[in-house]
Design a protein around this ligand. Structure first.
Ligand code: MV4
Length: 448
């Protein structure tokens, strides 16, 4: 029995392929959508059917809701998987998919909307017993109120936009003297960037790790977690390398966090996949945001837990129950993902162009998720992620050794990529020791 008749994949690149692979194994035909710039893309070649939905600009193609719904209608798709980015966390899109009688493969529009409002997300999680960073109790409406909150929690403080997230719309105030300026700038930027000037305050943590927890929920009260990912290695809020588990956590800390979070999401009635983001410093977790989509780095969790998260998303969207409990999930070994971008490894400027040679690594414990092929021309219009190299091994030490040899095997010729940067990271003493925070990479690459 198939869960759906046909799934439209509202995305491109490696994640469109990843979702197609899950559909194939479940026996579900797929529809690719693409812009005119992606007519020769691998996700179009490998789909059962494809529909061109617009010109290169994402606004007119991968974000074009009427065109995507029309493509679903003319091909007879009965479900839409949004992937990550694009429309994946757009509550309006999820609502419109449902209004057209189709299934959105993801959470309810109400939960997407709740988690898109960072204040609503924090208020909900705090009420369900998930720990937060010390800060304001909800939105802060006036400068006087901001002064009072900052006085209570102590400087430095961070002013964040309710509609922000992923690092957009944040201002630090190091001391009381800086608060007024930070306040005004944060409000003004929030209003112009998001059309919403609501802000809130948090104590600024100076050297946290970024640790996130992967969950699956069936909307019938069953919620499980697949352990954490350490995503601290980032530059300008772009993650470069992620690992599962975190070098900073042990099984007891993971189990304790997982128990709290799964109980909270069961109470909330959440369904499908989700990721809770935490800052972790001095042995304490503080919830900051929740992502209501499949994430780029999901494969590291798949490898340590031996699960197919995309197949699970599809199954859960069809209304199935989880069918297993936390006690059925165990973690084995260590997994690391390198994001390989079409970027100069020193300046990070994008390097679209023709790929002449594509030779991915192989051998034990190596997975490559990529939509590249020899002769493909990387278009300049979209995200620069062109491949994910994911390795799995019994221990972190062995995973790092495997990653180093796989990076050395990987050949992408014709365009510059970030492979040389990863080759340097995996040989660094701090990285080998697992000793890093969210600030480590920016120092490592320099010039910030
Ligand atoms: C913080 C923080 C320090 N203290 N909140 C940036 C992205 C957004 N998701 C939250 N972010 C941060 N919030 C407090 N109270 C530091 C960051 C932060 C960060 C967080 C995760 C990963 C990378 C980061 C890079 C710079 C700042």
């Amino acid at each position: 029995m198939a869960f759906f008749q046909k799934i439209l994949i509202a995305n491109r690149g490696e994640i469109a392929l990843r979702i197609q692979r899950a559909c194939r194994e479940l026996g579900i035909p797929t529809v690719a959508i693409h812009s005119t710039a992606d007519a020769t893309a691998m996700h179009v070649r490998l789909a059962d059917e494809s529909v061109c939905i617009g010109p290169p600009s994402a606004r007119e193609s991968y974000l074009n809701i009427p065109a995507i719904l029309s493509a679903a209608a003319i091909t007879g798709a009965d479900a839409i998987h949004p992937g990550y980015g694009f429309l994946s966390e757009n509550a309006r899109f999820a609502e419109m998919v449902e209004a057209h009688g189709l299934t959105f493969i993801g959470p309810s529009p109400a939960h997407i909307r709740m988690m898109g409002d960072k204040i609503a997300a924090k208020t909900a999680m705090a009420g369900l017993g998930v720990p937060l960073v010390p800060g304001s109790d909800g939105a802060v409406a006036t400068l006087d109120e901001a002064r009072a909150v900052a006085g209570r929690i102590g400087y430095p403080v961070l002013i964040k936009a309710a509609a922000g997230g992923g690092g957009r719309g944040m201002k630090v105030a190091a001391s009381a003297a800086d608060l007024e300026e930070a306040w005004r700038v944060a409000r003004t930027e929030a209003a112009s960037a998001f059309g919403n000037d609501q802000v809130y305050l948090e104590k600024y943590l100076d050297r946290p790790r970024h640790i996130e927890l992967q969950v699956l929920a069936d909307g019938h009260g069953h919620v499980v977690h697949f352990g954490e990912r350490d995503c601290s290695l980032q530059r300008r809020h772009q993650k470069l390398l992620e690992e599962a588990g975190s070098p900073a956590l042990d099984a007891a800390a993971r189990d304790a966090l997982g128990a709290r979070v799964t109980a909270a999401l069961a109470e909330l009635g959440y369904r499908n996949a989700g990721t809770l983001e935490f800052l972790y410093q001095d042995g304490q977790f503080a919830f900051i945001e929740m992502n209501t989509r499949l994430q780029v780095e999901h494969p590291v969790s798949e490898l340590i837990a031996e699960i197919d998260l995309v197949q699970e998303q599809i199954r859960l969207a069809a209304g199935e129950t989880l069918g297993y409990t936390q006690a059925d999930i165990s973690f084995s070994g260590h997994a690391i993902e390198c994001r390989i971008n079409a970027e100069d490894p020193l300046t990070f400027s994008p390097t679209p162009g023709r790929v002449n040679v594509f030779h991915p690594p192989g051998g034990p414990g190596v997975r490559v998720d990529s939509a590249l092929y020899a002769g493909y021309v990387v278009p300049p219009y979209y995200d620069s992620l062109v491949a994910k190299l994911i390795v799995h091994a019994p221990s972190r030490r062995e995973a790092v050794a495997r990653l180093a040899r796989a990076l050395d095997e990987f050949v992408i010729d014709g365009i510059k990529t970030t492979i040389p940067l990863h080759q340097r990271i995996v040989r660094d003493k701090d990285f080998l020791a697992g000793d890093y925070t969210i600030h480590w990479l920016e120092r490592f690459v320099g010039g910030e």
